[in-house]
Design a protein around this ligand. Structure first.
Ligand SMILES: *Cc1c(COP(=O)(O)O)cnc(C)c1O
Length: 226
């Protein structure tokens, strides 16, 4: 099926509250333009260099989301134009984003990544670390960061009950933080979870942002940008 055909199909599954992030990493500009022509404006990338190049070449009303693992030395390249950084996984990284945002006289929107999967390879804070960071007020110093919510990736498995349980852990954590810190973080309500294989479960469990790549654009050719 064509890119626009796949998007139409996916959009039928999405309730009003859920935003679609078209994950275009490793796909060429033409593929993004096809999605753009069918009305999509939010695209997700996971490599800084690939993202900055696409941002320069493609229409300026695209909202670019960074969904990969971000290294502190690359933050400065994203800050001028990025709309949302999904996977912030350390205080050190928050500190650098805040510093670069101050320099650029901007406020940068971020989601905090929580480790919900069984695999140890996935990045993020543990749920208890996350709660401690809020309790200890460690996020207050970052004046140029707008914290919008949480992001997580479920275990790569066919066991849908496990995936559901992990998404539920993330949603519960969000609800706990919202009820304890609504005064300090009134905008904290987004929950980025769900990819091609598990977005329907993620939506049932309260996702507000789904990050979908291969279902829209097909398989990625990892050679093309490396
Ligand atoms: C690549 C990627 C996606 C998209 O994955 P698909 O399975 O192709 O939909 C979503 N989220 C993150 C963090 C990714 O790196």
């Amino acid at each position: 099926m064509s890119i626009s055909g796949q998007i139409t199909k996916i959009r039928q599954d999405l309730p009003e509250r859920v935003k679609l992030v078209c994950v275009s990493k490793f796909h060429p500009d033409e593929a993004i333009l096809e999605a753009y022509e069918s009305g999509e404006r939010v695209f997700g990338e996971s490599k800084v260099q690939e993202l900055t190049g696409k941002h320069e070449r493609l229409p300026k009303d695209i909202e670019w989301h960074f969904i990969g693992h971000l290294q502190t030395n690359k933050v400065k390249f994203l800050v001028p134009f990025v709309s949302l950084i999904h996977g912030v996984d350390s205080l050190k990284l928050l500190n650098e984003i805040d510093k670069q945002a101050k320099k650029a006289d901007k406020t940068v929107s971020c989601l905090l990544q929580v480790h919900i999967a069984e695999e140890s390879t996935k990045f993020g804070f543990s749920p208890s670390e996350m709660k401690d960071i809020f309790k200890e007020g460690r996020l207050k110093e970052f004046e140029n960061i707008r914290l919008l919510g949480l992001m997580g990736m479920a275990t790569f498995t066919d066991n849908t009950e496990q995936v559901r349980k992990e998404f539920r852990t993330l949603k519960t954590l969000l609800t706990d933080i919202q009820s304890d810190f609504s005064m300090e973080y009134p905008c904290f309500g987004e929950i980025s979870m769900g990819m091609s294989d598990d977005y329907k479960i993620a939506i049932e469990e309260g996702s507000t942002l789904v990050r979908i790549g291969s279902t829209i654009f097909g398989h990625r050719n990892y050679g093309s940008f490396e």
